[in-house]
Design a protein around this ligand. Structure first.
Ligand code: AVI
Length: 353
């Protein structure tokens, strides 16, 4: 029996992920425990985001929708592709500098991880940290979170783990079991690896980091993985791999919309496309309509011309200075930066000023 509690927040459907092994706290119960419950504001549900996104001139879908159980698995497969240098490079960086990073973080750190996924890089960190006070993995896919926590409990039997199934792009409450001890802990750290920050537009990335600064408060820190700008051909291959895994990952968003949101996209009539936009230093992923077609989306008919695209993801690539600039705007100061010799990827340690 695993004695963890998975807390639910940020509009994740609870019926999808109940597990016999985990006691589940809903956002409402978090409020009853005296925490600020996530308040889904009217007109801002995921369904509203979908309808709004598909109503504009450039049709868009929020990239967080990639991460249902299948999408999370496909993302893990992407991370193992030779063309996708991101995970391999960041993991190698973590392994090379784990002692230094752990020394910087110091003893008794209370670690919150945004978008924990399979917690692969976190294992490197957890294995080197000096007596971490606890670990709060936050992930939008509760199924994936349950699997990961099960494995982590076996690997780190002494570690207190407080998983939270939440969409971290929306307000969320920390699990009741951790809330007080987090704010009282002098060593508060958010870990945000994987360059997921790159999936946000710059103003959104700044807002997200500002929110992180308000969680860890003055003296609290953020350890964040940031992908660096590079040769467009390398980027093109990384986001349009030869095995078609990224293409399946991209199209899975429509499979999910059909299953969970009652849409009727003809998934085979959409093709994956990745484009590098040098002006904005970002890769864009699109789904291209192969024929003129319509789809029913939440009761509304959406029309696609041949060649029209749905923008599903931005993946921004930074330099050390462009990233430091947004970190400063969010209230952080740079403490350390680690980079691989080829300067493909960077890990930043930031502190709330
Ligand atoms: C999660 N995120 C950092 C990935 C990226 O590289 O932007 C998502 C991804 N999209 C396609 N491949 C990987």
């Amino acid at each position: 029996m695993v004695d963890s509690t998975i807390a639910n927040a940020g509009g994740i459907s609870r019926s999808d992920w109940t597990s016999d092994e985990f006691k589940i706290i809903s956002g409402a119960n978090a409020a009853a425990n005296g925490l600020s419950a996530p308040s889904p504001s009217p007109g801002d549900s995921t369904m509203d985001e979908i309808v709004r996104g598909l109503s504009g001139r450039q049709k868009k879908l929020p990239s967080k929708l990639f991460y249902d159980e299948r999408g999370s698995q496909l993302f893990d497969d992407i991370c193992n592709l030779s063309e996708y240098y991101v995970t391999r490079t960041e993991t190698a960086l973590m392994e090379s500098y784990a002692d230094e990073i752990a020394a910087e973080l110091g003893a008794g750190a209370m670690l919150i991880e945004y978008g924990s996924g399979s917690s692969t890089k976190t294992r490197v960190l957890l294995s080197h940290l000096d007596r971490p006070a606890g670990y709060v993995p936050i992930d939008i896919s509760a199924e994936h979170l349950i699997k990961t926590v099960r494995a982590l409990k076996r690997e780190y039997p002494g570690l207190e783990i407080h998983p939270l199934a939440a969409d971290f792009t929306r307000p969320f409450a920390l699990p009741a079991s951790v809330n007080g001890s987090f704010s009282e802990n002098p060593n508060r750290v958010i870990y945000f690896p994987g360059s997921t920050i790159g999936n946000f537009e710059k103003h959104e990335a700044t807002d997200l980091m500002r929110g992180m600064a308000s969680i860890v408060k003055k003296g609290g820190r953020l350890l964040i993985g940031v992908d660096l700008d590079k040769d467009p051909e390398v980027l093109q291959r990384a986001y349009d791999d030869s095995l078609g895994v990224t293409a399946e990952f991209n199209r899975n968003i429509l499979v999910r919309l059909n299953r969970e949101f009652g849409c009727n996209f003809d998934v085979d009539q959409f093709e994956h496309r990745a484009i590098y936009d040098a002006q904005h230093s970002r890769v864009e992923m699109h789904l291209v309509s192969l024929v003129p077609q319509t789809a029913t989306v939440c009761g509304k008919t959406v029309t696609f011309e041949i060649g029209e695209t749905i923008l599903t993801e931005y993946s921004h690539k930074y330099t050390i200075s462009t990233f430091t600039e947004i970190a400063e705007q969010a209230g952080f100061q740079s403490r350390r930066v680690w980079m691989d010799p080829e300067e493909l990827f960077s890990i930043h340690l930031l502190e709330v000023a």
